[in-house]
Design a protein around this ligand. Structure first.
Ligand code: UD1
Ligand code: CA
Length: 485
């Protein structure tokens, strides 16, 4: 038998407090919607609570309510928004949340919405410790170097938690405490409801503090505890843009750490950014300046970078993407992209295909071993296998009103500077002459020539540009030719 982790005790509901203004962000975007590492702050908190599989998830919304509710519908349609019209404090927010689920019994997790580094394992350890100790309320804490602005955990001589005191209400002795309240609590629903009904707003901010519940339960003689987070980084909140940058960096360091442990080479962790939602297989190599965003997935043996941004993109085994911007594309195994390519959504490169320098593609399938090596635009196209698209070819897909499709067969040779005016089809094995404007279909195996024949006007430069270096060079060439006769 494989030894299993003991199951995490059940949690009936998760309550996320996300109604606060976030004044210090100085933003028109609600604080909890600011993104980092591929999710919003709120998205990270919900993801950390997800493994608890709580039957009910409530998110208290207020500031920027429409935006937060819209975001919730996208990322957590099962979560229930509860409106806090006026931000009268975290205690008031928690009260409204519990009122919204009147029949709720059992254990509740309450968590601040601005804790993007919180991990599932940390929450699970808190819930397990809470149940193990038979507590009424357990608070997540951490020892931090700089506790400025945070609630302090007051313990008595035997180490048991007595109260949480906000910094602005703390005595100088209490301010010296470095163990802080993370803003993550597990407690019994009924006891929380009762205690929340008794808290007051007799504090420096005149707000109802969720944190006061702890002290109240202590005076009632109920069992209350504090569990220190293993990694103090987990509990860091995020109140302004500098903290946002710090949290983003920490999150990224964690992602890269895990990737490197799993066998991914990261040449320069300082300039490599990988979202928590992206995936990279062992033996992939990430060069400096690489960003892997959204649902991007990079397979084994692929090389990405330097200086490349990939969004929602799949990179196959052994493929390479160099100095390029790639959105919603599939880069097949052994395919090569760049340098300086721009791949837009709907681009699909088959095995061994090549998209080279200064090429833009959109909604384009490039078949096995086919090449678009230089300076081209390929939009709304299907290209067969083994084809070559000459430099400066444009797939003319837009007539000013609608987009049209171009189909290129297998082993086609499109000459340089061909305009393919869609809708148009070039049959298998066909050629187009350089500089052609192709407006009608080319049958398989044909050579299409669609350009004005060349005309040389002899002596034009001597007559019309006399006295210029060009005319002198032309005269010298003419006299050399005469002498040679
Ligand atoms: C809070 C804690 C503090 C803790 C810190 C951890 C309180 C009173 N203090 O302080 O002990 O150390 O978090 O980061 O809780 N909110 C509402 N409605 C409101 C007020 C707040 O939903 O009326 C939400 C906020 O959106 C936020 C959370 O509650 O997610 C905490 O509020 P915030 O103002 O950020 O409290 P802090 O001062 O950070
Ligand atoms: Ca906060």
């Amino acid at each position: 038998m494989i030894p299993q982790e003991p199951p995490v005790p059940a949690v009936a509901a998760v309550v996320v407090l996300a109604a606060g203004q976030g004044t210090r962000m100085r933003s028109s975007t609600p604080k909890v919607l600011h993104p980092l590492g591929g999710r919003s702050m709120l998205g990270h908190v919900l993801a950390a609570a997800e493994p608890l599989s709580a039957g009910t998830t409530v998110v208290v919304v207020g500031a920027g309510r429409e935006a937060v509710e819209g975001h919730l519908r996208e990322i957590a349609p099962g979560a229930r928004p509860v409106l806090q019209e006026e931000q009268r404090g975290s205690g008031h927010a928690a009260t409204l949340a519990l009122e919204a689920v009147p029949g709720l019994e059992g254990t509740v997790l309450l968590v601040n919405g601005d804790a993007p580094l919180l991990r599932a394992a940390t929450i699970e350890a808190l819930v397990t410790a809470h149940a193990g100790a038979g507590n009424t309320l357990t608070v997540l804490t951490a020892e931090v170097a700089d506790p400025t602005g945070l609630g302090r955990i007051v313990r008595d001589g035997d180490g048991s938690v007595r109260a949480i005191v906000e910094e602005r209400d703390a005595t100088p002795d209490q301010r010296a405490i470095r163990e802080i309240n993370a803003g993550v609590y597990v407690g019994d629903a009924a006891a929380l409801r009762r205690a929340l009904g008794r808290i007051g707003s007799d504090n420096d901010q005149g707000e109802l503090y969720l944190t006061d519940v702890l002290g109240l339960l202590v005076t009632e003689g109920l069992p209350v505890g504090g569990v220190r987070a293993d990694d103090p980084a987990d509990v860091l909140g995020c109140n302004d843009r500098r903290e946002l940058a710090d949290r983003r960096r920490t999150l990224n360091d964690r992602v890269l750490d895990e990737l490197m442990r799993s066998g991914v080479t990261v040449v320069d962790p300082r300039t490599t950014w990988v979202d928590v939602t992206a995936a990279v297989e062992p033996d992939a190599l990430l060069q400096p300046g690489t960003q892997l965003l959204g649902t991007t997935a990079v397979a084994a043996g692929a090389v990405v970078g330097p200086d490349s941004t990939l969004v929602d993109t799949e990179v196959g085994e052994g493929a390479s993407v160099v100095r390029s911007h790639v959105l919603g594309a599939v880069v097949g195994p052994e395919a090569t992209v760049g340098p300086f390519s721009y791949l837009r959504p709907g681009t699909r490169l088959a095995r061994g295909a090549k998209v080279g320098a200064f090429v833009e593609t959109k909604n384009a399938e490039v078949g096995e071993d086919s090449k678009v090596p230089h300076l081209s635009y390929v939009g709304d196209a299907t290209i067969g296998r083994g084809a070559n698209i000459g430099a400066a070819t444009v797939f003319v897909n837009y007539d000013g009103v609608a987009k049209h499709h171009t189909t290129i067969g297998d082993h086609v040779r499109i000459g340089s500077d061909t305009m393919l005016v869609a809708p148009v089809t070039v049959g298998d094995g066909a050629y187009t002459a350089a500089g052609s404007v192709i407006t009608s279909d080319v049958p398989a195996g044909a050579m299409a020539v669609a350009r004005a024949p060349q005309r040389n006007v002899a002596g034009w430069v001597r007559r019309r540009r006399s006295g210029t270096p060009a005319a002198e060079a032309a005269a010298a060439a003419e006299s050399r030719a005469d002498n040679d006769q």
